[in-house]
Design a protein around this ligand. Structure first.
Ligand code: NAI
Length: 464
């Protein structure tokens, strides 16, 4: 006899646990199947541990630069064992909190691998095997790091984000392959910790998907920090010798390193939940095929999170998990629009954006006006001693030639991941430049720069 529920979720990462928690909060009976750890990539080998270690880097920078404020702290030394144990403490606390939340909402959690078969039946293969059935199923099986030919991940000389987050020693020389969000965050982290970092990106600019001015600002700041960035280079392979290796790239580039970090994207795990005998389709990249309501080809079966071809971000997973619950309840929610979700990258400097890049807006046929201002002129940025970066706002040009609706907001600089809120709302509320310019920004704040940039688009600025 199958155990009956209203909803069975396969995968306990952000997308899956959001569906489970939100479903339970809505009063339906939910089971969640997880084969590894509750919290998934984000909590164990992604967002949380990465940002925790990046905070160690930030503390280190602050102490290093303390002398400029007249605070003599000497040359700081990192004890990575303590950093790692603090990181683990944060992860463990959050895992405990999540476990408690699921229990509190009476979600039935099964430890094991869930396989979806015919008739909405989910077989759990684990220490306590079970067979579950529900009218609605959510597939949330996530993703795993991609690798590239010629770079076998051995966990010591060649690693992905999974292993890098647990390093116990700071490598002297590192090559990071891939200049996306993960590559830039790790390049930044390792440079702060004292490694000599070479960043190798195949595309003409790092951070593809970001506005090009934002990406350039990061590249400039990386250069100042002695990160050796190469763009437009393909990586051919590496030649290990004596515990180190030489990475070959571009026409005749080569760099000797003690560690290679492969950060070339994440592969969706569309095949992780069986699906034999169902009408769920998986494309050649490994993504589960869904429509804009995240419905698969099998009625009643949804897919959410990294396993579908929407931005692979934990907060997009949360939104999708909640969306499908509302959809199955017949509430007609508005689908998540991948084009306007917030993005936050925690390198130093940080990057945050929402909406269209200038290039994407022009490509989509918009007549655009753009304004950008640099943090170097912002009082608070000078006070905190962190003036690298800019705010760029992309707006649609009205027929009268004035700046109208805000299409995109792009930030690079100190704590911009905490400053995106206004820009995100402006884009998603389809606010105009005039509307947002009327809002008062507290002084002195970093967020004044966003206000100033929008104000300048009205044709009259104050400080800029
Ligand atoms: P990504 O797809 O964002 O970036 C991978 C980069 O590697 C691309 O720039 C690509 O051009 C480059 N690349 C691919 N093959 C290469 C090769 N052979 N040689 C040199 N460069 C090569 O993937 P990433 O950074 O690994 O992140 C995976 C996913 O996780 C992304 O969707 C990302 O947005 C998300 N993520 C987001 C974070 C954030 O928002 N803070 C942090 C970490 C991950």
């Amino acid at each position: 006899m199958a155990e009956e529920h209203d909803l069975v979720v396969i995968g306990g990462g952000p997308a899956g646990y959001a569906a489970a928690l939100y479903g339970a909060a809505a009063g339906i009976d939910v089971a969640l199947v997880e084969e590894s750890k509750l919290g998934g990539t984000c909590l164990h080998v992604g967002c949380i541990p990465a940002k925790e270690l990046l905070e160690t880097a930030s503390v280190l920078r602050t102490v290093r630069e303390a002398g400029a404020f007249g605070v003599e702290a000497g040359e700081p030394v990192v004890d990575l064992a303590i950093s790692q144990s603090r990181k683990q403490g944060v992860v463990d606390n959050l895992t405990k909190g999540l476990t408690g939340l699921l229990a509190g909402r009476k979600v039935t959690v099964h430890a094991g691998t869930g396989t979806l078969g015919v008739d909405h039946t989910v077989t759990v293969d684990g220490d306590e095997p079970a067979v579950l059935q529900a009218p609605h199923i959510v597939l949330a099986t996530g993703s795993s790091p991609r690798t590239i030919p010629g770079f076998d991940v051995d966990g010591t000389l060649v690693v992905t984000s999974d292993e890098l987050l647990s390093i116990t020693e700071v490598p002297e020389r590192v090559a990071v392959i891939g200049g996306g969000a993960i590559g830039c965050e790790f390049a930044s982290l390792l440079a702060d910790l004292g490694s000599a970092v070479t960043l190798l990106e195949a595309m003409p600019e790092i951070l593809p998907g970001c506005d090009v001015d934002a990406a350039k600002a990061v590249r400039r700041a990386f250069k100042k920090r002695m990160i050796d960035v190469h763009v437009g280079v393909s990586v051919h392979g590496h030649d290990p010798s004596d515990g180190a290796t030489t990475v070959r790239f571009g026409e005749d580039g080569a760099v000797g390193v003690d560690l290679v970090v492969v950060a070339v994207g994440r592969r969706p795990r569309g095949d992780a939940a069986g699906l034999v005998g169902t009408r769920v389709e998986v494309d050649e990249r490994g993504f589960v095929e869904v429509d804009e309501r995240l419905r698969t080809g099998e009625p009643g079966v949804y897919a959410v999170g990294d396993v579908v071809a929407t931005p692979q971000l934990a907060h997009v997973g949360f939104a999708e998990g909640m969306f499908v619950v509302r959809d199955l309840l017949g509430e007609q929610p508005t689908p998540v629009d991948p084009a306007t979700v917030p993005w936050c990258i925690y390198s130093h400097p940080e990057v945050a954006f929402a909406g269209m890049t200038e290039a994407a807006a022009r490509e989509a046929g918009h007549d655009v006006v753009v304004s950008s201002h640099r943090f170097i002129g912002n009082g608070r940025a000078m006070i905190v001693g962190d003036t690298d970066g800019l705010v760029k706002v992309v707006a649609e040009k009205d027929p009268d030639g004035r700046a109208g609706r805000i299409l995109g907001v792009h930030l690079v600089g100190p704590w911009v991941t905490e400053q995106l809120g206004q820009g995100y709302l402006a884009v998603n509320w389809e606010a105009t430049v005039d509307e947002v310019a009327a809002f008062i920004q507290p002084h002195p704040t970093l967020s004044e720069l966003f206000g100033e940039t929008v104000l300048s688009l009205t044709g009259r600025s104050l400080h800029g």
